[in-house]
Design a protein around this ligand. Sequence first.
Ligand SMILES: Nc1nc2c(c(=O)[nH]1)N[C@H]1C(S)=C(S)[C@@H](COP(=O)(O)OP(=O)(O)OC[C@H]3O[C@@H](n4cnc5c(N)ncnc54)[C@H](O)[C@@H]3O)O[C@H]1N2
Ligand code: MOO
Length: 401
Amino acid sequence: MMITQEAHLSRILHLVSPLPVTEVPLSEALGQTLAANVTATVDLPPWDAAAMDGYAVSLKDFAPGTLPVTKTIAAGHKQPESIGPGEVAAIMTGAPVPQGADTVIPLEKFHSPTQDLPDEITFEDVPQAGLNIRRRAEDTRAGEIVAPAGTWLRPNHIGAIAAAGTDTVFIARQPKVAVISTGNELVAPGTPLEHGQIPDSNAPLVAATLRKRGAEPTHQVRVRDSAESLEHTIAQLEHTVDAIILTGGASVGAHDISNYVLSAWQHEDPDQAITFTNVNIRPGRPQGFGLSPAGTPVWSLPGNPVAVLVSLHLFVIPGLAKMQRQAPHPRKHTVVVNDDLHTPRELNYYVLASVDDDDRATPLPSNSHLAVKMAQATGLLHIPPTVDHIPAEHPVECLTL
Ligand SMILES: Nc1nc2c(c(=O)[nH]1)N[C@H]1C(S)=C(S)[C@@H](COP(=O)(O)OP(=O)(O)OC[C@H]3O[C@@H](n4cnc5c(N)ncnc54)[C@H](O)[C@@H]3O)O[C@H]1N2
Ligand code: MOO
């Protein structure tokens, strides 16, 4: 039986639950998801501030001529200052504009850069009002939402939240995930290979994806193709983690133990049991998903490395996002292909591609076993089941890796 990519994802999203909420220092929040709105605790800028190094002047009763520089105001100046008609204040970028000042003129208008500021300044004309003043609360006002609940925190959010005067945030607890690679052929990367062995590249790929998305790969285990070992490993882990991701053994071969072991497990609610199906995608066709007897979500992904990459993007990342209480955010964009693409109809094809700064994509060889080709890819092109040919220079949707 074959099911659609949408039906498989919808079952996953139905079965995973959001994790509890906790408060963490902002310094630990990168990659996590806000579980509550962050609001500004201060106006920013907190006061009218100079946007240039120069001279603040009052335009009240102003006439061109030479005026005295009566004070100097640098960034960090704590004393509130004011100037009256006929007075000029030397002012630095970021410093509070003195009360009474209407405009700030950059110093280059009067003299070359110097550390010895003049005692007086000569105006040849009437300056324009309101120049080079950053207005109080122009960025945010205290109480305004800086980042809403559901935001996946990237470095720009961390900077904005700090700017708004906050140093702790509420997040959905970081998902703890066990990563299990199955297969007698697998050895740790870097181990000299005996005949029949290959490096386990899926566990590092899955663990890196988890870290990037704010989850914690708490365990990385290699299990041989033995039902007892797999059962024992999962029984040990399912109570201590929020999710389990297996790779390999999802297909129908005599040694594909993930499928045989997990699909034999009973669940109180049969709708929640781990089931295996073919999904209308390639690579990544055989997929298992459901809840373990302890209620822990289990993704059982196919073993081929590119199939793992595709499965992570289509099925694991959205599931984690629900656990993390994440609001949907765009993950696809449109690119133009440099070469013709031919794929059979009926399946969604995902093709590795190298995408340049102008959003032009060069498709790469994308057979599901070509693990090292992943290094050249920055995107995954999606060719829907309704088409079998995308001509060069045509647009196609792309998931950013
Ligand atoms: N008779 C059929 N055979 C296969 C079918 C099918 O429908 N009928 N489907 C094929 C498709 S499509 C896929 S995808 C694979 C999925 O296979 P499994 O999930 O059972 O994965 P394995 O057989 O264990 O491994 C496949 C391949 O990937 C390599 N591998 C496995 N784990 C890792 C790892 N951790 N790191 C690196 N590489 C790994 C493994 O050595 C195999 O070469 O089944 C097809 N067969
Ligand atoms: O679906 Mo499999 O991942 O094509 O090789």
